[in-house]
Design a protein around this ligand. Structure first.
Ligand SMILES: [Cu+2]
Length: 166
């Protein structure tokens, strides 16, 4: 009995240590506010990994599905496409931003308005093959007031994505 109790105490303190030491830290998550008829929206953020991590999937209560996308040149057009995951080396920060990697919320169940709080669950896999789940609350942001070169890359060429816009 004594052994069982000390084993329990040991596993509890291990658990506490794991919980305190975040292996992935997400900063400044936001989702582009939608325009009428738009059924998908890009989510952007900074992700810092304290150990080697791979972002592999996501989910959100506001979206039918969540994909990981990248923007890439196809011929002379900028297009986005789904990718299986993004590796983040230990100690590095991956920036998801317009014109680059992003998390795509698809089949939106409701419009996303500026200042909406959009919960997104991100799933990472570490080198130990363990899943790490991070809950973020992304803030809705309107397209206006978002200056930057990325904005100039028209997403009108998103043929395969229908009404998809970033
Ligand atoms: Cu996308």
């Amino acid at each position: 009995m004594k052994h069982a109790l000390s084993a329990l105490a040991a596993s509890l303190s291990l658990f506490a240590a794991g919980a305190l030491q975040a292996q992935v830290v997400v900063k400044d998550p936001w989702v582009r506010a939608t325009v009428p008829q738009q059924r998908a929206a890009g989510a952007f953020m900074e992700i810092r990994a304290e150990q080697n991590m791979r972002l592999v999937s996501g989910r959100s209560p506001v979206a039918g599905k969540v994909e990981i996308h990248e923007m890439a040149m196809e011929g002379n057009m900028m297009k986005m496409r789904e990718i299986p995951g993004i590796d983040i080396p230990q100690g590095q920060t991956l920036t998801l931003k317009p014109g680059g990697y992003h998390v795509m919320l698809i089949d939106l169940k409701q419009p996303i308005k500026p200042d909406d709080v959009v919960p997104i669950t991100l799933e990472f896999v570490g080198t130990d093959n363990k899943k790490h789940t991070v809950e973020v609350k992304a803030q809705g942001r309107a397209m206006t007031g978002m200056p930057g070169k990325a904005e100039g890359m028209s997403h009108g060429s998103h043929g395969s994505h229908g009404t998809h816009k970033h």
